[in-house]
Design a protein around this ligand. Structure first.
Ligand code: PRP
Length: 244
């Protein structure tokens, strides 16, 4: 996806001052949780997503309708104010991924949220890393709900990582394999006893991103139990230009 340039400081200030509108349809003002009642109905998750090799994966909903519009508005159209509302949609998927297992694995006592990283150039154009911002909004919600959570930007993409637009699943996997690495400048902090590591991303399509991130985390001694994403686009076909 190609982001539009981040709004100027004046425009960002205006965003803060103007009444907020519904994340799904843009009509305002929104109801509780940042959504109008109709869109809230349509964004109710969680939905399990099958991503072989990525552990348990759950999404807040399918990549369509109000949720798709909200993700695009948040990611590409400068609606950074939607971070708390979108983070709120991830609380259910986190519970689903961490739900008790039949094999007797103990329930996690805490969770570490690892954002799937953006290309540095894309993050600059978007006015910051949108998935990292999402994690930072989600962590306090989980903590308030009784599951201590923190964000760990443990992964990064090389500056020269190419835009994956136009690549199929295999091409995306190859692009990521050469570009994804543990964040520089610090040793990975091992998971504390009882701490579950969870990947977070905005959208899952082929699953290449979640698998690649999971592989780098595991190689750093931080295996993830699974992932949560805002929207499941795995049933959609990318257009010939690679866009959804
Ligand atoms: O399941 P997958 O096939 O890996 O697709 C999902 C990934 O695709 C998008 O990122 P993209 O690589 O297009 O970068 P972007 O941040 O520029 O959108 C999206 O943000 C996910 O990270």
């Amino acid at each position: 996806m190609t982001p539009t340039r981040a709004p100027s400081p004046a425009a960002a200030l205006l965003d803060l001052l103007l009444p907020r509108t519904c994340g799904g349809c843009g009509a305002g003002p929104p109801g509780s949780g940042g959504w109008c009642p109709a869109c809230a109905q349509d964004t109710a998750g969680p939905v399990p997503v099958r991503v072989p090799g990525a552990g348990r994966v759950a999404a807040a909903g399918r990549y369509r309708g109000p949720l798709r519009r909200a993700v695009l508005a948040y990611k590409e159209r400068g609606r950074r104010d939607l971070a708390p509302d979108l983070a709120g949609l991830l609380v259910g998927p986190v519970s689903a991924v961490l739900a008790p297992r039949a094999d007797g694995t103990p329930d996690p006592a805490a969770v570490r949220l690892v954002p799937a990283p953006s290309r540095p150039s894309a993050a600059r154009l978007r006015g910051g890393d949108h998935v990292l911002r999402l994690c930072r909004a989600l962590a306090p919600l989980l903590t308030a709900a009784g599951l201590p959570a923190r964000t760990d930007a443990a992964l990064a993409l090389h500056r020269r990582a190419r835009d994956s637009v136009g690549l199929d699943g295999a091409g995306r996997a190859a692009n990521l394999a050469s570009a994804l690495h543990p964040a520089r400048g610090r040793e990975p902090v091992p998971a504390a006893r009882g701490e579950a590591v969870l990947l977070v991303d905005d959208v899952v399509t082929s699953g290449a991103t979640l698998r690649a991130c999971g592989a780098v985390l595991a190689a750093s001694g931080l295996p993830a139990v699974g992932a949560v994403v805002l929207a499941d686009a795995s049933a959609r076909r990318r257009r010939p230009d690679g866009r959804l």
